[in-house]
Design a protein around this ligand. Structure first.
Ligand SMILES: [Zn+2]
Length: 187
Protein backbone atom coordinates (compact mmCIF):
# COMPACT_ATOMS: atom_id res chain seq x y z
CA UNK A 1 0.00 0.00 0.00
CA UNK A 2 2.76 2.34 0.93
CA UNK A 3 4.52 1.71 -2.39
CA UNK A 4 1.33 2.53 -4.25
CA UNK A 5 0.18 5.62 -2.36
CA UNK A 6 3.69 7.05 -2.38
CA UNK A 7 4.06 7.53 -6.14
CA UNK A 8 0.34 8.28 -6.36
CA UNK A 9 0.59 11.24 -4.01
CA UNK A 10 3.72 12.42 -5.81
CA UNK A 11 1.82 12.27 -9.10
CA UNK A 12 -1.05 14.25 -7.60
CA UNK A 13 1.38 16.82 -6.31
CA UNK A 14 2.94 17.13 -9.76
CA UNK A 15 -0.47 17.44 -11.32
CA UNK A 16 -1.39 20.22 -8.91
CA UNK A 17 1.83 22.01 -9.75
CA UNK A 18 1.02 21.66 -13.44
CA UNK A 19 -2.47 23.03 -12.88
CA UNK A 20 -1.01 25.98 -11.03
CA UNK A 21 1.51 26.55 -13.79
CA UNK A 22 -1.14 26.44 -16.49
CA UNK A 23 -3.44 28.70 -14.55
CA UNK A 24 -0.72 31.25 -13.92
CA UNK A 25 0.96 31.33 -17.32
CA UNK A 26 -1.89 32.71 -19.47
CA UNK A 27 -2.46 35.48 -16.91
CA UNK A 28 1.19 36.48 -17.00
CA UNK A 29 1.31 36.56 -20.80
CA UNK A 30 -1.87 38.67 -20.94
CA UNK A 31 -0.32 41.13 -18.54
CA UNK A 32 2.84 41.40 -20.62
CA UNK A 33 0.78 41.97 -23.75
CA UNK A 34 -1.31 44.76 -22.25
CA UNK A 35 1.81 46.53 -20.98
CA UNK A 36 3.46 46.35 -24.38
CA UNK A 37 0.56 47.51 -26.57
CA UNK A 38 -2.36 49.11 -24.80
CA UNK A 39 -4.45 51.20 -27.20
CA UNK A 40 -4.56 54.72 -25.83
CA UNK A 41 -6.51 57.78 -26.85
CA UNK A 42 -4.86 61.18 -26.69
CA UNK A 43 -5.77 64.48 -28.35
CA UNK A 44 -8.67 62.79 -30.14
CA UNK A 45 -6.39 60.19 -31.75
CA UNK A 46 -6.52 56.46 -31.07
CA UNK A 47 -2.94 55.21 -30.74
CA UNK A 48 -1.92 51.57 -31.02
CA UNK A 49 0.14 51.77 -27.85
CA UNK A 50 0.51 53.92 -24.78
CA UNK A 51 4.11 54.58 -25.80
CA UNK A 52 2.97 56.20 -29.06
CA UNK A 53 0.42 58.32 -27.18
CA UNK A 54 3.13 59.33 -24.72
CA UNK A 55 5.37 60.45 -27.57
CA UNK A 56 2.50 62.55 -28.98
CA UNK A 57 1.99 64.20 -25.58
CA UNK A 58 5.74 64.78 -25.37
CA UNK A 59 5.76 66.45 -28.80
CA UNK A 60 2.98 68.77 -27.61
CA UNK A 61 4.97 69.68 -24.48
CA UNK A 62 8.01 70.37 -26.69
CA UNK A 63 5.85 72.46 -29.10
CA UNK A 64 6.60 70.11 -32.00
CA UNK A 65 3.93 69.67 -34.67
CA UNK A 66 2.94 66.04 -35.16
CA UNK A 67 0.74 63.85 -37.36
CA UNK A 68 0.01 60.21 -36.53
CA UNK A 69 0.43 57.58 -39.28
CA UNK A 70 0.54 60.27 -41.99
CA UNK A 71 1.86 58.39 -45.02
CA UNK A 72 2.76 55.00 -46.52
CA UNK A 73 6.19 54.54 -48.03
CA UNK A 74 7.15 51.38 -49.88
CA UNK A 75 7.74 48.91 -47.06
CA UNK A 76 7.26 51.39 -44.23
CA UNK A 77 4.38 53.30 -42.64
CA UNK A 78 5.95 55.74 -40.18
CA UNK A 79 4.16 56.30 -36.88
CA UNK A 80 4.68 60.07 -36.93
CA UNK A 81 5.58 63.03 -39.08
CA UNK A 82 7.04 65.68 -36.78
CA UNK A 83 8.10 69.24 -37.47
CA UNK A 84 10.24 71.33 -35.13
CA UNK A 85 11.76 74.79 -35.43
CA UNK A 86 15.42 75.45 -36.23
CA UNK A 87 16.90 78.88 -35.67
CA UNK A 88 19.99 78.31 -37.79
CA UNK A 89 20.22 80.89 -40.61
CA UNK A 90 21.06 78.24 -43.22
CA UNK A 91 18.14 76.02 -42.28
CA UNK A 92 14.59 76.46 -43.30
CA UNK A 93 12.52 77.62 -40.34
CA UNK A 94 11.98 74.01 -39.38
CA UNK A 95 13.09 70.39 -39.76
CA UNK A 96 10.80 67.48 -40.62
CA UNK A 97 11.21 63.82 -39.58
CA UNK A 98 9.30 60.61 -40.26
CA UNK A 99 9.46 58.65 -37.02
CA UNK A 100 9.16 54.99 -36.09
CA UNK A 101 8.30 54.35 -32.43
CA UNK A 102 9.24 51.03 -30.82
CA UNK A 103 9.48 49.99 -27.13
CA UNK A 104 13.24 49.52 -27.50
CA UNK A 105 15.93 50.44 -25.01
CA UNK A 106 18.76 50.68 -27.54
CA UNK A 107 19.08 51.97 -31.10
CA UNK A 108 20.78 48.66 -31.99
CA UNK A 109 17.37 47.00 -31.80
CA UNK A 110 16.18 49.10 -34.78
CA UNK A 111 18.89 47.58 -36.99
CA UNK A 112 17.42 46.47 -40.33
CA UNK A 113 14.30 48.63 -39.93
CA UNK A 114 13.48 51.07 -42.79
CA UNK A 115 13.43 53.96 -40.29
CA UNK A 116 17.23 53.92 -40.51
CA UNK A 117 17.30 53.87 -44.33
CA UNK A 118 16.74 57.57 -45.11
CA UNK A 119 19.47 59.72 -43.58
CA UNK A 120 19.42 63.26 -45.00
CA UNK A 121 16.04 62.48 -46.56
CA UNK A 122 17.46 59.54 -48.47
CA UNK A 123 19.46 61.25 -51.22
CA UNK A 124 19.50 59.22 -54.43
CA UNK A 125 20.55 59.83 -58.02
CA UNK A 126 17.62 59.39 -60.39
CA UNK A 127 18.21 60.02 -64.13
CA UNK A 128 21.36 61.98 -63.36
CA UNK A 129 19.62 64.23 -60.85
CA UNK A 130 19.84 64.10 -57.08
CA UNK A 131 16.53 63.69 -55.37
CA UNK A 132 15.19 62.93 -51.88
CA UNK A 133 13.43 59.58 -51.41
CA UNK A 134 11.20 60.91 -48.61
CA UNK A 135 9.73 64.43 -48.20
CA UNK A 136 11.60 65.14 -44.96
CA UNK A 137 15.03 65.90 -43.50
CA UNK A 138 15.38 62.30 -42.33
CA UNK A 139 13.76 59.11 -41.12
CA UNK A 140 14.12 58.58 -37.38
CA UNK A 141 14.07 55.89 -34.69
CA UNK A 142 12.42 56.79 -31.36
CA UNK A 143 12.56 54.16 -28.61
CA UNK A 144 11.14 53.71 -25.13
CA UNK A 145 12.40 57.07 -23.81
CA UNK A 146 13.85 60.36 -25.19
CA UNK A 147 17.34 58.97 -24.41
CA UNK A 148 16.78 56.33 -27.12
CA UNK A 149 16.41 58.43 -30.29
CA UNK A 150 18.42 58.60 -33.52
CA UNK A 151 18.37 60.32 -36.88
CA UNK A 152 20.82 61.84 -39.33
CA UNK A 153 20.08 65.15 -41.06
CA UNK A 154 21.57 68.26 -42.62
CA UNK A 155 21.70 71.25 -40.27
CA UNK A 156 23.35 74.62 -40.82
CA UNK A 157 26.25 74.12 -43.22
CA UNK A 158 26.80 70.56 -42.00
CA UNK A 159 24.78 68.08 -40.04
CA UNK A 160 25.04 64.50 -38.88
CA UNK A 161 23.74 62.26 -36.15
CA UNK A 162 21.08 63.85 -33.98
CA UNK A 163 18.97 62.92 -30.97
CA UNK A 164 16.07 64.46 -29.05
CA UNK A 165 18.37 65.70 -26.27
CA UNK A 166 19.99 68.14 -28.76
CA UNK A 167 16.64 69.74 -29.58
CA UNK A 168 14.37 69.68 -26.52
CA UNK A 169 15.10 71.12 -23.06
CA UNK A 170 14.06 69.44 -19.82
CA UNK A 171 13.37 66.14 -21.56
CA UNK A 172 13.20 64.16 -18.31
CA UNK A 173 10.52 66.43 -16.86
CA UNK A 174 8.56 66.60 -20.11
CA UNK A 175 8.70 62.81 -20.56
CA UNK A 176 7.41 62.26 -17.01
CA UNK A 177 4.65 64.82 -17.61
CA UNK A 178 3.71 63.11 -20.90
CA UNK A 179 3.49 59.82 -19.03
CA UNK A 180 1.10 61.30 -16.46
CA UNK A 181 -1.09 62.78 -19.19
CA UNK A 182 -1.61 59.57 -21.19
CA UNK A 183 -1.99 57.40 -18.09
CA UNK A 184 -5.53 58.77 -17.70
CA UNK A 185 -6.45 58.47 -21.36
CA UNK A 186 -6.37 54.67 -21.59
CA UNK A 187 -9.42 53.15 -23.19
ZN1 LIG B 1 18.83 73.23 -38.64
Amino acid sequence: MIRVTGPHSVARKEQKQLEVRFRVRPLVSQMKYSIKAHPTKYAGVQFRSRLEARWAAFFDLAAWKWDYEPIDFEGWSPDFRVEFPCKHSECRPSHVLFVEVKPYYSIEEFRGHPCLDYPYGGIAEVDGEFTFLIPADASAAFGATPEITYWCMGHGCGGGVEEILNWVDDTTMKWRQAGNIVQWHVR
